[in-house]
Design a binder for this molecule. Sequence first.
Ligand code: HEM
Length: 311
Amino acid sequence: MNERAHRSALALAAAVSGAVGLLGLLGLFVVGAAPGTAAWAGAVAAIAGRWLLLVGLCLMVGAAFVGTVILPAPPPSFRRLVAIACVAAGIGLALVLVALVGASLNVPLWRVAVLRAMPLVVAGVLIAFEWRASQPSVRGIAAIGIAAAAAMLADVGTSHIASSAEAHPEHVETFVHWLHVLAVGTWVGGLAALLVSLPALAGDAVRSAVRRFSTSAGIGIGLVAVTGLMRAAQELGPLSNLLTTDFGRLLVAKSVLLVALAGLGAGQRLVGVPAAPRRLRPLRRIGTAELAIAAVVILLAAALVNVPPPA
Ligand code: HEM
């Protein structure tokens, strides 16, 4: 194995063990003070399932955004990307539903399962059609993105918002939460799709794609921050809860990593984007670092939804 492959293998092993360690730790957050192994394992499965579901949905929304707004047409590589994303979201949803067995829900579990599985099944059928076509189409990839956005809405509809519906109307919260996750999809999922599409682009096509995406990413991160803070204000209660509750501490961790992502985004704008028409390495390197941090933030978000909000 050459030196470079060896270094990448080590980096991957470190990343995976770090993620598994964090997952185990977050499981303790969810089960609180009296963890039994079964409860902890259930919490870890619920968080891992949510992470897979969110990552899958964000990748499908991101590929649709880049394939319809940023690029003139979706490249063939997007078919594999959305197929992998849909399978990941399906496995994630199965784990989330298993973790809901026995939980006290406002609606029967079978209805939650049907509501949440339907948009994913539609996305799966649309992806099968795209595979049969000679070239992926703008309309096809847009329809896949809409189905994934519908799956996000179904997911949001069964998060903390649904369980506190009696207390206050939830339409505003549902819309803000959905917008938060959609913005993560177009920004972070879009970044992954852009990096996947680069080998199919050259010269001016690279220049215009990375510039257009960089502008949209700036809007995306702003929207994520604003909607995140709005959701935090709806669920956190008094500010003292920020450092004295698990929910608050997870929010602080997410906000710190958002600042790190904004810093990398600025680096991308100053270095990666201008260099891209000549050299893609800086854009790829900074982009990979952004995706790694975003994957951790989505893991924190997946735990956040399994921790009772203090308010
Ligand atoms: C200022 C920074 C941020 C704040 C204050 C914030 C706050 C929140 C809040 C309060 C929720 C709802 C939790 C619930 O219903 O229990 C949430 C959900 C979520 N956040 Fe953020 N967020 C921030 C940044 C981010 C970033 C940078 C990402 C991704 C890169 C992200 C990804 C998500 C996702 C995917 C969810 C949905 C979780 C789910 O429904 O399972 N957030 N966020």
